[in-house]
Ligand binder design. Structure first.
Ligand SMILES: [Zn+2]
Length: 67
């Protein structure tokens, strides 16, 4: 069932300035803190979370090899 809580489409434009959740907080090139919501496990936003480190599991690595 698709509930309101599980909807992730447009999630980054849904958080206003009064959103009480955790922010990314990374200092931007303008010198201000990044206001995007930290919705990843590392506490950073989608832009500041860093690059992917690739497949973690054996199954994932096998799928890449097969591709
Ligand atoms: Zn950020």
């Amino acid at each position: 069932m698709l509930t309101k809580e599980k909807m992730t489409t447009g999630i980054e434009c849904r958080f206003g300035p009064d959103w009480p959740g955790q922010r990314c907080g990374t200092r931007t090139r303008q010198g201000t803190a990044c206001q995007r919501p930290a919705n990843k496990k590392n506490g950073r936003c989608r832009l500041h979370g860093g690059a992917s480190t690739g497949a973690k599991t054996e199954g994932g690595r096998a799928r890449i090899s097969a591709a």
